[in-house]
Structure formats: C-alpha cells, structure tokens
Design a protein around this ligand. Structure first.
Ligand code: SF4
Length: 542
C-alpha cells in the first residue's frame, strides 16, 4: 500500500469506487485459500465487464506463490499476479510508473488506518474524481483487499507537513540500507540449517502445479514506503522473513523462502520513524523471530553472535517507546540470554509467544519438531523464574496424522500442568507439499475426531483461564486504551502489556475513573475489578 500510494495511487475503502483492486492473499491452510478465492471472485464483480468501474484486478501474496498459473487460468478477470518476493512489481501491475507520479508526501510511514477509515465515503464527493483514501483490511482476516484509484498528487489528510522528512526511496529487493551506499546489491545470506534444508528439498515446489520454482528473496527496509493498518499507538515490524525449519505440517518455507534477517540498523530506523509518528507499542514479527541474525553472522562487542537479544537491547531503550514485544519464537531458541534480556528492560513486555504445537514426543517427532512435555515444562518454569510475572502464549495442532488418544491425553495433561495463559488450538490441515501430506492414509485422523479434540482441549483451557483471570482481580496495571468495545456500546476496551494486539483476551473498561472521556491510543493506569473466562474488567485510576 505504501509503494502504491507513494507512486500516485489513492486508497479507498469502497470497492465500487476503485479503478484498481488488489487482493492480498494467504494460502497457508485450506480455509485461508478458500477465503482468498472467495474474495477474488467477489472483487471481480466490480470490474468494468461486470458493470463496475474497476479496470484492473491484481492478486498478490501467498496464493500467487502456490497457484500462480492457475489463478490466471481459472479466474480470467485477474489482470496481474504479484508474489511475496515481487512487491515492487505491484507498480507495473497497477499501471503506475515508479516515483513518476508521486504524491509529494514527505513521509514513508503514512497515517494509521483509523484516520484513513474515518474519512467517510461521503468525502469522495468532495473531489472531482475519486481520490478517497482508506483501506479494507480487517486485522483478523488473512485476506485483504486494497482498493485503489489513481489520483493527482494530493497528500493524505492527517500527514503532518511540518514533520522531519525521512528519505523516500523504494527498497531494491533486499533490506538495502547497508548496501545502497556501497553501490553493491545485497548478498543472499543463509543460515547453515537453511542451506542443508535446501539440499534436502525442503523448499522444493516441484509437487505444485502452477507455481514457479524461484523462491522469494525480498525483504523490506526502513526506506520502503509503508501505510500502517494498525491503530495509531501500535505497529508491527517484521524483522525477518522466511523459515528454515522442517515442521511437517507447514508449507510456509516453500511460500516465503529461506530465512533471512533484516539489518539491525534498518529495523532501528524503522522503529524510530514509527515512534516519531506516534507509535508507542512495537511488536516484532517474523516466521521465527528467535532465529533473528543467525544468517547475518555478526558479533557484538563481547564477541557474541548478534541475535534477537541484542536487537531487543537496542530497541528497548529508544526514547518514546512504551511497550516492545516479539511473537513467534521457536522453543529451542528461547535462551537464558533472551529471557534475561526480557527481564532487564521495563519496556519489554513480559510476554512470551512460543508455539509448541504438541506435547507428545511421538507426535512432535513426526511433526519434525522434537521436544516433549518435560522439556517444555522445564522451559516454561525457567521463563517464569527468570522473568517474574511473565505470561505465556502457545498454540497446538490437534489431529496431526498418527495422533492417538494416548498422545492427545498427554497433550491435555501437559496443558493442565503448564497452566498456559493464552492458548490457541488449531485443527490439522492436510497441505500438499508439506511432509505430513505424504504420511500413510491410515494415519490421517477423521475430521470429526479432530474437531472433538479441539473442543475438548479448548474446554480444558477455559477452566484454566477462568482460574488464572480470577487471580488478576485487584491488580493495578498500565492499560493502552483502544476505544469503544467491539461487543457493546456500553463499554470501552484496552490492552495491558500482557495482551498482544488482536489475539488475546480483552480488558473491558466500565469505569473511566477521574476522566470524562478516554482517548484511544493513550496509556492509563487501571485496576482490574472483575474477571471472566478470558476477559477482565478494569476501572481507570489515573
Ligand atoms: S517454524 Fe513455523 S513457519 Fe517455520 S516451518 Fe515450523 S510452523 Fe512453519
């Protein structure tokens, strides 16, 4: 969206107003693919031939990496496809010339979504042609549609023309800040594991009809124009892309390519830009954040390899930042050093997201992940010891091929013993190209059994969560107010540092304390006064 906007496109939330429609897709599991295809078909109705005004329909993202040719063949309304490694190709696909039609915006980080969305459709009519800005992204959705119409260089309302001007230029594919000054293109770096896995065929797409064999290598940088789609105070930063792990249920490595880290300087510069724009909470993401830096081969001043801990050290002290968190860790990469770094900085949320996927050693082995319940319990105990008050989020897959009742019981015993704070349960999805797809048919679990196991595990977790949330009552804690509750007009909602954006339970606010009204995106001190299964209720203290 940033690249498109920077090169002359304006965004609109209304498909019917758009001249160009971009559907950004996911193809991780079946339900995501279906949602992607449904969205493409829905958007196709807005093309000229269907009586709408859209001239171009572009499909972007992971569905393209998986079904590049088939999309074109089966949905002729699609004019162009853009894979995850071809972000700059979006300009040609949209018929825009790079920087030739710029909108004179001095910012590469543009106003956040709420401002964009609140520019109501009625404002469209204030322009002689459609130049409305907005978005049609819902944070829970894996599929998003960005609706575009060409504009004549009008800046987005909400931009602050007096603010400092970061340089504007498009990334040249890899995270380019280090290499641009040398005039060299960035080398393709790899971890030893990635190279070994490549030799063993981990990234091969040969089984996929309609996909090209070239893996994405793209990494964005702080120089890449960006539009925030998160509420004002909060932003994600992707610190690495791709994955070298062999997990047997997962096709993300084939979709996203080998693991590659962004340069630390680029991440810090992006964080500084975001903070300057009002962001106060930064969430670091990547397919595996704990591998960060392993491909860069850099050492710190103590001679230790630069990794996530050093990145946290650098980011945690940035002036203006209130909360820093990272998601998607890999169990055997959560080191003592990393935990100590979390404990050391007030700004680092005491929050560990560590997808464990299962607890039975035989299932974990078949998943090609390793580990067992005892190892995971030790790790959780260690995290709780080193980082007092830490909350743990994890997710499990039930119904992996060959999962017996005994394996599932072992998982339930683990969940009871571990008393995980936030837990997600996913049902196994059989994906062509994943190692587990080729496991013998007799090992595949019937869908009804899988769903019954999911429900049973969630019920077990509900009891654990209810008990844990009751213990929150009486606690005083910082609260980032998000706005009116999504569920009722009578309450507002917010998050503590122990709630990651979008995914964990909510803090409902029923008492504004000394305030007439609250300001979304602002931090308040609050006391937890009630608890429910997953949510808690708070009153504002100050
Ligand atoms: S670590 Fe995550 S992204 Fe990587 S292969 Fe495993 S499940 Fe997939």
């Amino acid at each position: 969206m940033g690249m498109l906007h920077h090169n002359g496109a304006q965004l609109t939330p209304n498909a019917e107003d758009a001249e160009i429609i971009v559907v950004n897709t996911c193809s991780f599991i079946d339900s995501a693919k279906q949602e992607s295809v449904n969205t493409i078909l829905e958007m196709a109705k807005h093309k000229l031939a269907g009586g709408g005004r859209a001239r171009r329909l572009i499909v972007a993202g992971c569905l393209v990496e998986r079904y590049r040719d088939e999309i074109r063949k089966n949905i002729p309304e699609v004019d162009a496809v853009v894979g995850t490694g071809e972000l700059e190709a979006i300009l040609a696909a949209a018929g825009l010339t790079p920087a030739g039609h710029a909108n004179n915006s001095p910012f590469n980080i543009l106003p956040q979504s709420s401002e964009l969305v609140t520019r109501a459709p009625s404002a469209v009519h204030q322009h002689s042609h459609p130049t409305e800005v907005g978005r049609q992204l819902t944070s829970e959705q894996s599929v998003s549609s960005v609706i575009l119409s060409e504009a004549e260089g009008s800046a987005v309302p909400g931009e602050n023309p007096g603010a400092p001007q970061p340089a504007l230029s498009l990334s040249k594919g890899r995270d380019s800040e280090t290499w641009a000054s040398t005039g060299q293109s960035a080398p393709t770096l790899s971890r030893a594991e990635g190279l070994a896995r490549e030799r063993s065929g981990r990234f091969s797409r040969q089984a996929w009809d309609g996909a090209i064999s070239t893996l994405p290598e793209y990494l964005y940088s702080d120089q890449t124009p960006r539009i925030l789609t998160t509420p004002r105070a909060s932003a994600y930063i992707k610190i690495a892309e791709g994955c070298d792990h062999p997990c047997g249920f997962c096709i993300i490595p084939q979709l996203r390519g080998k693991f590659r880290s962004r340069r630390m300087g680029s991440i810090i510069a992006e964080a500084q830009n975001l903070i300057a724009q009002g962001v106060r909470e930064i969430t670091l993401i990547g397919q595996d954040t704990t591998c960060y830096g392993e491909d860069l081969g850099l050492l710190d001043e103590k001679g230790e390899p630069i990794g996530l801990a050093q990145l946290l050290d650098a980011l945690a002290v940035l002036p203006g930042l209130r909360w820093l968190r990272f998601l998607y860790t890999y169990p055997n990469k959560v080191t003592t050093r990393l935990l100590e770094t979390m404990a050391k900085h007030n700004t680092v949320a005491k929050y560990l997201d560590i997808p464990l996927q299962h607890a039975s050693p035989s299932v974990l082995k078949r998943m090609k992940r390793g580990g067992n319940a005892a190892i995971f319990l030790d790790l959780i105990a260690k995290a709780r010891r080193i980082v007092p008050g830490i909350v743990i989020r994890t997710s499990f897959i039930v119904g992996f091929p060959g999962e017996t009742e005994a394996d599932f019981d072992e998982l339930c015993r683990f969940v009871t013993a571990a008393e995980i704070d936030w837990l997600g349960v996913f049902t196994y999805s059989d994906e062509e190209g994943a190692a587990a797809f080729n496991l013998p048919a007799e090992l595949k679990i019937p869908a009804r059994t899988i769903e019954a196991r999911r429900r049973k595990l969630m019920k077990l977790q509900q009891k654990i969560s209810t008990r844990a949330k009751a213990a929150w009552v009486g606690r005083q804690i910082d609260l980032l107010v998000e706005g009116p509750s999504e569920e009722t007009d009578l309450l507002w909602q917010g998050r503590t540092p122990l709630h990651a954006p979008e995914i964990d339970g909510k803090v409902l606010i029923n008492d504004f304390g000394p305030h007439e009204s609250l300001v979304p995106g602002t931090f308040y001190r609050a006391e937890i006064t009630e608890s429910h299964d997953y949510d808690v209720v708070a009153r504002i203290l100050e």
